[in-house]
Ligand binder design. Structure first.
Ligand code: ADP
Ligand code: TRP
Length: 323
């Protein structure tokens, strides 16, 4: 049985791109009986950016509510909040002491911002070692990551190998499980949907807001209504086709290609499918957001399971390094 582990940064309510690109595939993975799945909310990593206690707390709740709303079963996966497992920060310290400063200097999390050194905290500098601790603490075999996280995973493998080389086999060296590029969801401007680009669609908001975003923000060309249009270069169609079933998507493509069907019509269908397809998850999301005490119970029970594994690993590490 392979242990698959993924961390989700809690930087806000997940958008449509996060849901289709990360949440749904991870939930699918977690249902595979050959996998033993660990999923956690990386709220200690978020502290490198977020210093508002209420925002920090609420982001965790939004992320947890979104995963549960889309069907994550906390009995099938170990689902927890990183900050509920203090063993993680202890292990991160040990890893810091075994990893060269010169290698950490090359990490994207730090390097991308290193032109503004005055804005960088030491936590951001050691970010990859906290991530390595998240993984090594649970003897994970596989870590699903996007391309942007591959370098961090390589550092986790590196520090594990350094420690394994010095002592007897302490850690399992994890392998990356890269996600497909084909699932990149476009934002309202046609570019990759991303929080940092202000082009996201939040499917958990009310229908009136979704309608406004689709109608006012999704860019279209100005080909007249009666003329044929190319669906495959249009953001409206691309979004529709990742949400709708194959037949409905093929029908919309045909209508656009035939002419006499405008972007207004296509947007109306897109709004309608967002409303109906996500109606149930939205209801569940809202339920959890107004019952945060239930989220706490679920996450705390996940943390209790996680800590059992974490304590065993940490004992092993402490013994070997001389504590
Ligand atoms: P953002 O770009 O909004 O900050 P994150 O980097 O926090 O999103 O991404 C969280 C997860 O969601 C990652 O696994 C990432 O691969 C996935 N993801 C983010 N945006 C998209 C997108 N537009 N299409 C597909 N997957 C995405
Ligand atoms: N750094 C990851 C990201 O930004 C989140 C993360 C933290 C993670 N710890 C992890 C991912 C461990 C996988 C495994 O997406």
């Amino acid at each position: 049985m392979a242990r698959i582990l993924t961390g989700i940064q809690s930087t806000g309510t997940p958008h449509l791109g996060n849901i289709i690109g990360a949440i749904l595939p991870a939930i699918e993975n977690s249902k595979d009986k050959n996998n033993d799945s660990f999923l956690f909310i990386a709220d200690l990593h978020s502290l490198t950016q977020i210093k508002d206690a209420t925002v920090l707390k609420n982001n965790t709740y939004s992320v947890a509510a979104a995963w549960l709303a889309f069907g994550l079963d906390p009995n099938e996966s170990v689902f927890y909040r990183q900050s509920d497992v203090p063993e993680c920060t202890e292990l991160a310290w040990y890893l810091n002491c075994f990893f060269p400063f010169q290698r950490l200097k090359l990490a994207h999390s730090f390097k991308d911002k290193s032109d503004r050194l005055e804005d960088i905290n030491a936590g951001l500098f050691v970010y990859p070692m906290l991530m390595a601790a998240d993984i090594l603490l649970y003897d994970a075999n596989l870590v699903p990551v996007g391309k942007d996280q591959l370098q961090h995973l390589e550092m986790a493998r590196d520090v594990a190998s350094r420690i394994n080389h010095k002592y007897k086999n302490v850690f399992i060296v994890p392998e990356p499980l890269t996600t497909k590029d084909s699932m990149l969801i476009p934002g309202t401007d046609g570019d990759k949907m991303s929080k940092s680009k202000n082009n996201t669609i939040d499917i958990f908001q009310g229908n009136a807001d979704i309608k406004k975003i689709v109608n006012k923000q999704i860019v279209t060309d100005n080909i007249p209504l009666e003329d044929p249009k190319d669906p495959y270069i249009s953001t409206v169609y691309k979004l529709y086709s990742v949400i709708a079933d194959e037949d409905s998507a093929a029908q919309m493509a045909k209508k656009l290609q035939a002419g006499g069907y405008g972007w207004g019509h296509a947007k109306k269908e897109l709004i309608s499918i967002i409303e109906t397809k996500f109606d149930n998850p939205r209801e569940k999301f809202n339920y959890y957001i107004s019952h945060k005490e239930e989220l706490d119970i679920i996450l705390e029970s996940g943390a209790a399971k996680a800590r059992k594994v974490a304590k065993a690993t940490l004992d092993r590490v402490r013994n070997q390094i001389g504590y």
